[in-house]
Design a protein. Structure first.
Length: 252
């Protein structure tokens, strides 16, 4: 647990907080003093996470949210500000994938990935930006991916979507720089979560991991340092940065 609380009293909004990285981000931001709005589609998981954060002395407000609905996104940010206070930080974390050869991907697969990873991320950033612009301060951290800067087979849609998130990050950083809003992106490498843990414990997963420079997979807490650095008010001189946190996996 961090003892440094640079976000004391500030409001952070985390999307995709019902599992994996989003859940971890919510916990560490609360430990750093933020009042955290946690969002996602699974009500029971949000409630359990809010209870966990509260039990550890933090503040968490759960909001059911489908980020693919721009009207719902705008309403959620307005509700968050009304209930918790002025938004300081958006962690744009919601993401999905579709795996398979490019020639087999359907229009439905395309819409599934792009609606969440690109459309959802864009309109979440827009809603946060609209809230932050009058105050001329804020932080937006987009969760991109190693596959936004390099590619692997059978993940064409996911790679395309995360590359779009990277360009979105740069574009918004440029537009909002003069308004005191910093927009950055983290590009995680392979991190063990409930979605991939079975694979990485299998023979195929172990063989794939041997291609990594350090022959290991990351844990969600390996992103703590970068997340807290970019969220910190002291990061005022960092915007438009695309930061790989991948243990050197980009070189495999």
């Amino acid at each position: 647990m961090t003892t440094h609380r640079p976000l004391e009293g500030r409001v952070a909004f985390v999307t995709g907080a019902t599992s994996g990285l989003g859940q971890r981000f919510a916990v560490i931001l609360a430990e750093a003093g933020a009042r955290v709005v946690i969002s996602g589609r699974r009500q029971e998981r949000l409630a359990a996470l809010a209870d966990e954060i509260s039990a550890n002395g933090g503040t968490a407000v759960p909001l059911i949210l489908d980020v693919t609905d721009p009207a719902a996104v705008q309403a959620a940010v307005a509700e968050a500000e009304a209930r918790v206070g002025p938004l300081w930080l958006l962690v744009n974390n919601s993401g999905v994938s579709a795996t398979g050869p490019a020639e087999t991907m359907s229009e439905g697969d395309y819409d599934f990935v792009m609606d969440t990873n690109v459309k959802g991320a864009y309109f979440m950033a827009q809603a946060a930006g609209r809230a932050m612009l009058p105050r001329k301060e804020g932080r937006i951290i987009n969760v991109a991916s190693l596959l936004g800067v390099r590619v692997l087979g059978q993940l064409s849609l996911y790679a395309m979507s995360k590359a779009a998130v990277i360009q979105m990050t740069k574009a918004l950083a440029l537009e909002w720089a003069r308004h005191g809003i910093n927009v950055n992106a983290i590009c995680p490498g392979y991190i063990e979560t409930e979605m991939n843990s079975d694979y990485f414990r299998s023979d195929n997963g172990q063989a794939f991991m041997k291609r990594f420079p350090r022959r290991r997979i990351g844990q969600p807490e390996d992103l703590d340092g970068m997340m807290l650095t970019l969220a910190d008010p002291a990061s005022r001189f960092t915007t438009g940065a695309i930061i790989s946190v991948d243990d050197g996996q980009q070189f495999m």
